[in-house]
Design a protein around this ligand. Sequence first.
Ligand SMILES: [Fe+2]
Length: 258
Amino acid sequence: MKFIQISDTHLFGDAGKRLLGVDTAATLQAVVELIAEEEGVAGIIATGDISQDGSLKSYQRFDEMLRVPGVPVYWIPGNHDNSANFHQLAPDFPLNSRSVIEAGRWRILLLDSVIPGNDGGHLAETELEYIEKNVDDNGLHYMLVLHHQPIPCGCSWLDTMILNNSAEFLSLISSKPAIRAVINGHIHQSNQQDIGGVSFISTPSTCFQFTPQTSQFSLDSRMPGYRRLSLNDDGSIETEVVRVADFDLNLQQTESGY
Ligand SMILES: [Fe+2]
């Protein structure tokens, strides 16, 4: 089963608006055009920070840009999202009755790690219970999806905004060997760490990237992109980041935050 992960689109309601110099709608469009060349996509998963300004229009623009015939698109919220407007447009979050996405021998759970008004993350008791109830030792494989990184990414300034109850989350995961993968956004960079049979994976933003292994805010000139995730029947995963080529980002690398 092939899934596509995109992350941190940071769209505005108004066309042409830029963030750190980058036209976030134009970079998303370039990424979507690449995704359109993929064959056999079972679903696209957007791991939060859909919007930068939180406007209803920004979510409408995202919804319109991500329409790929026959391919469902799943969204989860990030710290930059506006909860009310996000939920007006997000088609499948939370899933009806907190069911799971069924994909061959895989099941995918979408989680909400947002703390309102805070850039860091937390999985509420309801989210942990959702995992507890829906991950079974039934021969199927499971992937969990959240915005915040549950393990340190190596950028100390970003790791101040990590999932703040990651120890509890990781303990729950280790009690459920059917969980094979955890994917997140938030950190605007590619990362993969395989720990105890679980792949912890993040994906570049569709707009601007943060420089890996830095102690302070630092923008990376690497191109926007997406991640291809091939979920195999035996529980293994093949994954690759695909980036747009030679896009004039106009990135304002001297900025110290946003
Ligand atoms: Fe972001």
